[in-house]
Design a protein around this ligand. Structure first.
Ligand SMILES: [Zn+2]
Length: 344
């Protein structure tokens, strides 16, 4: 996957190493960020200057105790790699799916993690185990923060981008003028904007939601995998080989992702839309297909053409765990919740 990411384009000049978005808020000690997903937990150790010092991944086990134990192991593992002690950390940040109250550090309805039944006071439990402050946020919010942190030229002005996750579902994390847009929890849920009143019924109860056309699951419906490899890989390979049905399916999928990009820019005018999630592992071929779709769609509209949408679409960097890095950035810029056990 390409490492080009950044709303403004261009790379930071080598004589401006401290020009990182969160630099002004950095503490003097490193932080660790975790991205706890349904199958794996990614960890990143961030230096005070914002550089990624170490990264690791472990499998995620389901259930409250297993999630906490796994998070503790991931933190200890990543600091050990760099010869640092947990006690040397400024704080730990965690990104998780589900409904997160970032002020109390609690998680609900994280079905992928086996946390559907009760509220998990994740920040409190982790802080008690590790002896450092812990902040918790939604995984897409920290992914957007990570993409903002890693964006070239990010220090020159407040970063303004959406992290569009093309995974099981479809949703975006938003960093607007350098700040995470949380709203009441629904910010960036563009997957459930209906785009076809005659379309199939979505799991949310509406009809023809964008998620049914632009998510990773949508690719599987368009082009079911035949060899056991990921459906997006098989689709894009067949299209590249000239299969007319695959070319049509690929264009239809790219059109839907382009619609998501258009929706994000037209609603909040982000300077960049970073493609992430499982489908984005396709890398450059996905980026090219989506840019082509945006060019096609703007042909009849001088208005759309004036927005330069193809130039705003970027790929999440493939060499670092973006959401884990974002969680580490969050840890250094957000005070942890008060160290009292929340009522479950
Ligand atoms: Zn829906």
């Amino acid at each position: 996957m390409g490492g080009d990411v950044g709303p403004a384009g261009g790379r930071p000049s080598p004589d401006a190493p401290s020009a990182r978005p969160a630099a002004s808020a950095l503490g003097a000690r490193p932080t660790v960020g975790l991205d706890i997903g349904g199958t794996k937990t990614l960890a990143a150790l961030l230096a005070p200057d914002g550089a990624v010092l170490a990264q690791t991944r472990i499998s995620t086990e389901r259930g409250p105790d297993a999630v906490v134990d796994g998070a503790v192991r991931a933190v200890r593992g990543v600091v050990r790699q760099a010869g640092v002690d947990v006690a040397d950390l400024d704080a730990v940040g965690v990104g998780v799916p589900g409904l997160v109250d970032h002020e109390t550090g609690t998680v609900r309805h994280a079905v992928n993690l086996g946390l559907e039944a009760a509220t998990l006071p994740l920040a409190f439990r982790l802080a008690a185990e590790l002896g450092v402050g812990v902040v918790v946020d939604n995984d897409l919010n920290v992914a957007a923060l990570g993409a903002a942190h890693l964006a070239p030229g990010a220090g020159r002005r407040p970063v303004d981008l959406a992290f569009l996750a093309l995974g099981t579902g479809l949703a975006a994390g938003l960093v607007l003028d350098g700040v995470i847009r949380r709203g009441s929890g629904a910010a960036g849920e563009i997957g459930h904007v209906p785009v076809d009143p005659a379309g199939p019924v979505c799991a949310c109860g509406q009809r023809g939601c964008l998620e049914l056309y632009a998510s990773g699951t949508a690719v599987e419906r368009l082009w079911p995998a035949r060899t056991g490899r990921p459906a997006p890989v098989e689709l894009f390979e067949a299209a590249a080989a000239g299969d007319p049905a695959a070319i049509a399916a690929q264009e239809s999928y790219a059109d839907a992702v382009a619609a998501a990009v258009r929706m994000l820019v037209l609603s909040v005018d982000v300077r960049g839309v970073v493609l992430g999630g499982g489908v984005a592992q396709l890398g450059e071929p996905l980026l090219a297909a989506v840019r082509d779709a945006l060019i096609r769609q703007a042909k009849a509209s001088p208005f759309l053409a004036s927005l330069a949408l193809p130039e705003r679409v970027l790929l999440a960097p493939g060499h670092v765990p973006v959401a884990a890095v974002g969680a580490a950035v969050l840890a250094r810029t957000t005070p942890p919740p008060a160290p009292a056990a929340p009522t479950p």
